[in-house]
Design a protein around this ligand. Structure first.
Ligand SMILES: Nc1ncnc2c1ncn2[C@@H]1O[C@H](COP(=O)(O)OP(=O)(O)OP(=O)(O)O)[C@@H](O)[C@H]1O
Length: 302
């Protein structure tokens, strides 16, 4: 079920469109990675969805609630560079944020304890935030974003600045959170997107250049690469492979071949039949799946 729909959203600064007519919807219970190079429009998109900045044009609809409603009740937001009061303890900070969200002191304390457990900071709740590691600070920032139990959690580059340990802590937490909420997080690190998200939304120059399920990424590529190697005379094999109509490109380095094909199933059948008929010694047959990086590079270069 769709949680939020974005229709023809535009944000212009003077004559530059930071976000240029984007439309998409987010389904409940999904973790979606907002990917794009620097300046692609990721932060601007998140800030519009969080209700911090007004779109120049277009609409955002949460369930049935359209602009100019206050979205903030639906969304939790962790900015790219969260600011903490380092002299406060983790718990004091969350109680303070809870009170800012109009919880009573008692409810804010209860909610702070729940969230500290959720983000695995209970043991450090009475430590000053200034003593927290980068990963702990990010987890506290995520707890802050969850204070009012939002349906959509938006995280702007939540792991980009962390060391491998902090990154692992935060990615694990995101994996837990997506059981109960929808997560939209921006990143320019493709591995992070592959690790925790089911869907990707790729932006470049303010426009959506790809949107889909991670497992469909191969399908959006219209060509597949097959890697072969043989022990037999390669020149002869190369000539024969070029005759196979499903193979539209053959490149060779010594005994190793790289074939580009459109129809993988048919190409595989034809190649295997030829190998069998010619009695070639096939040492390797590998289908090289396109990675998210391939798709990203192709999308941003188009
Ligand atoms: N307040 C502003 N005034 C003018 N231009 C802006 C403003 N905010 C963003 N921009 C411009 O809009 C474009 C998109 O910026 P945005 O911060 O959304 O990109 P991003 O994808 O989040 O990039 P990064 O990965 O570097 O954070 C950039 O060219 C940026 O310079």
């Amino acid at each position: 079920m769709s949680l939020v729909s974005v229709n023809h959203l535009i944000k212009a600064y003077k004559d530059k469109k930071a976000v240029d007519d984007i439309s998409f919807s987010l389904n409940q219970g999904k973790c979606v990675a907002l990917l794009g190079p620097n300046g692609a429009g990721k932060t601007t998109t998140l800030r519009m969805l969080a209700g911090f900045i007004k779109p120049t044009d277009g609409s955002i609809t949460f369930n049935e609630d359209s602009l100019p409603s206050d979205f903030r009740k639906y969304v939790g937001y962790l900015p790219q560079f969260p600011v903490f009061h380092n002299w406060m303890t983790g718990k004091e900070f969350l109680v303070y944020v809870g009170e800012l969200s109009h919880l009573s002191k008692g409810d804010a304390q209860k909610r702070a304890d729940e969230l500290l457990t959720l983000v695995h900071l209970s043991d450090a709740k009475d430590q000053r935030i200034g003593k927290y590691s980068g990963g702990m600070k990010q987890r506290l920032g995520i707890a802050q974003a969850l204070i009012h139990s939002p349906k959509l959690i938006m995280l702007d580059e939540p792991v980009s600045s962390l060391d491998p340990i902090g990154r692992r802590e935060v990615l694990n937490l995101m994996r837990e959170l997506k059981k109960d909420a929808t997560i939209l997080f921006s990143t320019h690190i493709l591995n992070d997107a592959e690790e925790v998200s089911e869907e990707i939304l790729m932006l470049n120059h303010g426009k959506i250049v790809k949107h889909g399920a991670i497992e469909d990424i191969d399908a959006v590529q219209d060509t597949v690469t097959i890697l072969l190697s043989f022990s037999d005379e390669p020149k002869f094999i190369e000539e024969r492979l070029k005759e196979v109509e499903t193979i539209f490109q053959v490149t060779r380095e010594d005994h190793h071949f790289e074939l580009s094909v459109h129809d993988l199933d048919l190409a595989r059948k034809q190649i295997i039949e030829m190998v069998h008929k010619e009695n070639w010694k096939l040492n390797k047959f590998e289908v090289a799946r396109s990675t998210l990086e391939d798709v990203f590079m192709k999308a941003v270069q188009e």
